[in-house]
Unconditional design. Structure first.
Length: 235
């Protein structure tokens, strides 16, 4: 059934409202579990630094950290709901071939984000944190390392988001290919330049050690090759 413009706006408002309600409830849940979320994010550091001590530099640090972690949990819970509402809103106006193309995108995007974040958490964090500790301990002057809790958590969350977004590369390539903006032949011909760009971007975005850079660059290279496999051949 064809909807009027007013009905479209009403439907859009209803879906935005439901997404906002889910976000608020998820934020409340995130507030309750924030101490456990904080402990989870600090665990990779504790695994390699048994006597780790994180510093609260301001009276408001505890509140701001809890607010940030609650928002993070709320976003993790809400984004799949948001994607579902987006799909439910646009699906009635799509052709069958468009649905067949978009369904895997909507399903795979959150999964790839989680895989990217998990890769950073379980593989990058131990190497990066060990590197920073060794650099600090190698100082000639007598020093005491007391990382700020707010700074550490911001750094950890930024890396999780970075790897989650980096793992979206195959979907971006496939989407550009299906809408006609990127041919498979052009992608194959530009492979060597893409690889160079990947390593440059990894060097800029990751901590300043070669291991962290390789741990971002190599998966992105593999994801690029995976994206090539699923691109349509040029006619």
């Amino acid at each position: 059934m064809k909807m009027t413009l007013l009905q479209h706006f009403s439907e859009l408002r209803r879906r935005i409202l439901w997404t906002a309600i889910v976000f608020m409830f998820a934020f409340g849940l995130g507030w309750v579990v924030a101490p456990y979320t904080e402990l989870l994010l600090v665990k990779p550091l504790l695994n390699i630094w048994a006597n780790a001590t994180l510093l609260y530099t301001k009276l408001t640090d505890g509140l701001m950290i809890r607010f940030s972690l609650s928002t993070l949990v709320a976003l993790i819970i809400t984004i799949p709901v948001l994607l579902w509402h987006v799909w439910a809103y646009i699906a009635p106006g799509l052709h069958k071939n468009e649905k067949q193309f978009l369904v895997p995108i909507f399903l795979c995007s959150p999964l790839l984000f989680v895989l990217g974040a998990a890769f950073a958490f379980y593989f990058l964090f131990p190497f990066a944190f060990k590197f920073f500790l060794e650099i600090s301990e190698a100082a000639n002057l007598p020093t005491v390392l007391l990382p700020a809790a707010k700074g550490y958590l911001s750094f950890a969350i930024d890396l999780l988001k970075l790897f989650g977004l980096a793992f979206q590369l195959p979907l971006i390539m496939i989407a550009l290919n299906r809408i006609g903006l990127l041919s498979k032949m052009a992608a194959v011909k530009s492979r060597k330049y893409v690889i160079i760009c990947i390593f440059v971007v990894a060097a800029v975005l990751t901590p300043p050690d070669i291991v962290s850079q390789i741990l971002l660059a190599v998966p992105m290279w593999l994801l690029f090759e995976i994206g090539l496999l699923f691109m349509k051949r040029d006619s």
